[in-house]
Design a protein around this ligand. Structure first.
Ligand SMILES: C[S@@+](CC[C@H](N)C(=O)[O-])C[C@H]1O[C@@H](n2cnc3c(N)ncnc32)[C@H](O)[C@@H]1O
Length: 272
């Protein structure tokens, strides 16, 4: 299935406007991601889909934007941030404030937020005052995340066997996270490019592997807003290939063991 230049341009500008995801030069991705939607809708081609988009189908516009999100994730992804949270950040925040508010921004199917919830269940079981918010642009991935049901392949990626046995129940070929862990996470649809006014102040923000999809100016805008949500003394985690350097000067880099995180500089606390 090939995409005509004008149809690609329609999809590129729709996705950029709605999600800030930059698709320049990624015709192959548009083709691959829209093929299942074209089939599901009983259409013959992306050209048919584009025609419906031009006629103003709001539902299909949402579906196209969602189809262009990349939802790759895994349990305890990159390991080191979770080690730093467990051994250093969570204990010091709990001792200092008696509570910790954590936000997984761009949570995809929930493995990141549930990794934190599993860590809390294992290592801070009797500590009240730990809240975990998980948000994503895509309603479809949030539905999957809320259900807390994972395939064998998903649990094979990063989840220690001891945690699988202790906190999941097998259901046919899938694994269901037990409700007491699942209920620790609040899921909510949120576009990082829109207003973050509904997000309460946070001590820890996991904004990992999300900024990579945005243009530099959008990365800066999102980091500006995230800086406002982050409490003074809070911690920001980015993906292992991401940095605030050259993008936003309101953060300083901190190494905690083998983890890298960012804290607001004094100037960064009062972003204009
Ligand atoms: C690659 S996943 C990262 C998942 C997880 N943070 C991790 O590192 O494993 C990126 C997620 O960002 C979400 N996303 C992309 N653009 C977004 C936006 N404008 N607002 C909110 N979420 C967005 C996508 O839907 C996707 O689920």
């Amino acid at each position: 299935m090939t995409v005509a230049a004008e149809d690609f341009e329609l999809v590129r500008s729709l996705v950029l406007e709605r999600s800030a995801i930059a698709l320049d030069g990624k015709e192959y991705l548009v083709e691959a991601r829209l093929a299942p939607l074209v089939e599901r809708e009983g259409l013959g081609s992306v050209a048919d889909l584009a025609r419906l988009l031009r006629s103003g189908s709001a539902r299909l516009s949402d579906e196209v934007v969602e189809a262009m999100t990349t939802n790759e994730t895994s349990f305890f992804r990159d390991v080191h941030p979770f080690e730093a949270l467990r051994t250093s950040i969570m204990p010091s925040l709990l001792d200092a404030n008696g509570r910790v508010d954590l936000w997984s921004a761009g949570a995809a199917t929930g493995q990141e937020a549930y990794s934190i919830a599993l860590m809390v269940a294992e290592h801070f079981p009797s500590r009240p005052g730990i809240s975990i918010l998980a948000t994503d642009l895509s309603r479809a991935v949030l539905e999957r995340a809320k259900a807390g049901v994972f395939t064998q392949m998903e649990v094979n990626r990063g989840l220690p066997a001891a945690l699988l046995v202790k906190y999941f129940e097998r259901s046919g070929r899938e694994w269901c996270l037990r409700p007491q862990v699942r209920s620790q996470v609040t899921f909510k649809q949120l576009n990082l490019v829109g207003s973050l006014a509904s997000v309460p102040p946070m001590d820890i923000i996991m904004l990992r592997n999300v900024l990579i999809y945005f243009e530099p100016a959008v990365k800066k805008q999102v980091l500006d807003k995230v800086a406002r949500v982050l409490r003074p003394g809070g911690y920001l985690f980015l993906g292992s290939a991401e940095t605030t350097y050259g993008v936003h000067d309101g953060f300083e880099r901190l190494e905690l063991g083998r983890a890298i995180c960012y804290r607001k500089t004094r100037e960064g606390t009062s972003c204009p």
